[in-house]
Design a protein around this ligand. Structure first.
Ligand code: T46
Length: 132
């Protein structure tokens, strides 16, 4: 499966907690974009794959379930519920996000600028692309 869980080092003191993400150290790519998903409701999101984009996803508050599907033989469900854990998602994986908690905030570090052409939004097109 083209994904992995990475631990994020937390720096704690009596004022609270802090974590840092450094491009090339904590991400296996240079960061070109950061986006955030928040004020989420029960509507699932995602339902696409990326041809080229690599991403590191951190649920900094609340929880979410991420389904990752390589279109060949592996389908994983990953629950993210801590800023101590990051999900690294390589290209070529169908992803869906379900069951957001009401307080969920997701921070995503991406290897590319936003590019609509990098998205495969139909599952059947995704399976054809994987075979090709
Ligand atoms: C992904 C999952 C985990 C932008 O204009 N710039 C951006 O950087 C992004 C991410 C989105 N948008 C626009 C495109 C759409 O008009 O925001 C709108 C909502 O995006 P989308 O429907 O793709 O959102 P999600 O939550 O389904 O998917 C997002 C990312 O797009 C995607 O790369 O892997 O989060």
């Amino acid at each position: 499966m083209n994904s992995e869980i990475r631990n994020i080092k937390q720096i704690k003191d009596d004022r609270g907690r802090l974590f840092a993400i450094e491009a090339g150290k904590d991400t296996p790519f240079e960061i070109k974009r950061v986006y955030c998903l928040f004020d989420l409701n029960s509507s699932p999101r995602g339902f696409h794959a990326h041809k080229k984009l690599k991403q590191l996803m951190i649920c900094i508050k609340g929880s979410v379930e991420v389904i990752l599907d390589d279109g060949i033989n592996a389908k994983n469900i990953v629950r993210l519920d801590s800023p101590e854990t990051a999900l690294f998602i390589k290209p070529g994986l169908w992803r869906e996000m379900h069951n957001f908690s009401t307080d969920c905030i997701i921070l995503v570090f991406a290897s590319e600028h936003y590019d609509d052409d990098d998205y495969i939004r139909s599952y059947s097109d995704f399976l054809i692309w994987k075979k090709g």
